[in-house]
Design a protein. Structure first.
Length: 190
C-alpha cells in the first residue's frame, strides 16, 4: 500500500490520455454502483470521441496534470478557461475543468492535492480566483466535497442535454488572495 507522501504530481501529455479515460471510466462504474448515474451517465466515457478530443486538447495545451503513486496515475486535473456554459468571471481566473481520482485510493487526499496544484498554478500566473463547476444533483455530495476543499457556492445552473434531460450544476469559487492557505482535509470523498 502506498502512502500519500509517495504521491507525485506531474504534467500530463498526450500519451496519458488513455490513463485519464480509464480514471473516468472507473468513476462512472463507481457512480453507477452507488446508484448515482446522473453525473456522467452509465456508459464508459472512453467510448465518446468528444471526451478523447477534450482530454487530448488539454494535454496538448499543457493543461493536464496527473497524480501518480509508484508511477501509476491515480488522479487527473485539467485547468484552463471556463467552459462555454459558465458565465465569464469578472476578473482573471484559472478554471478546474476536470478533477477525477481512482476510487480505489479514496481517503488519501489525492483530490485535495490536485486542487492544491491548481491553486499553485493560479498563484504562479498571478491569478487570485480559482473556479470549478460540478454536478449538483442527487444528494449534492460533490458540491459539499468542494466546499470542504475551500470553495464556496456562487450560483446553480443547468445544462440542457441532447436527450431532453437537464443536468443540474453548481458553480463554486475559491478566492486565493482572500484565503492564503491550501486546502482543508477532504479525504472523505476523494
Amino acid at each position: 500500500m502506498h502512502s500519500a507522501a509517495e504521491l507525485k504530481i506531474r504534467a500530463g501529455g498526450v500519451a496519458d490520455v488513455p490513463a485519464v479515460l480509464a480514471l473516468l471510466d472507473g468513476a462512472v462504474r463507481w457512480l453507477v454502483a452507488q446508484d448515482r448515474p446522473g453525473q456522467w451517465g452509465t456508459r464508459p466515457l472512453s467510448a465518446e470521441p468528444r471526451q478523447h478530443a477534450r482530454i487530448s486538447g488539454w494535454a496538448e495545451a499543457g493543461l493536464l496534470h496527473l497524480a501518480c503513486l509508484a508511477g501509476r496515475p491515480v488522479g487527473a486535473l485539467a485547468v484552463g478557461e471556463a467552459p462555454g456554459h459558465i458565465p465569464p468571471a469578472p476578473e482573471p481566473e484559472l478554471y478546474v475543468n476536470l478533477l477525477v481520482t481512482d476510487h480505489e485510493y479514496a481517503g488519501r487526499g489525492i483530490g485535495g492535492r490536485l486542487l492544491d496544484q491548481a491553486r499553485r498554478l493560479a498563484r504562479e500566473r498571478g491569478v487570485g480566483l480559482l473556479r470549478v463547476d460540478c454536478y449538483a444533483g442527487d444528494d449534492q455530495a460533490l458540491v459539499r466535497y468542494y466546499e470542504r476543499a475551500g470553495f464556496r457556492r456562487v450560483s446553480p445552473f443547468s445544462v440542457d442535454l441532447a436527450d431532453g434531460r437537464s443536468w443540474p450544476g453548481q458553480l463554486l469559487e475559491d478566492r486565493l488572495a482572500d484565503t492564503g492557505s491550501e486546502t482543508v482535509d477532504t479525504q472523505d470523498n476523494d
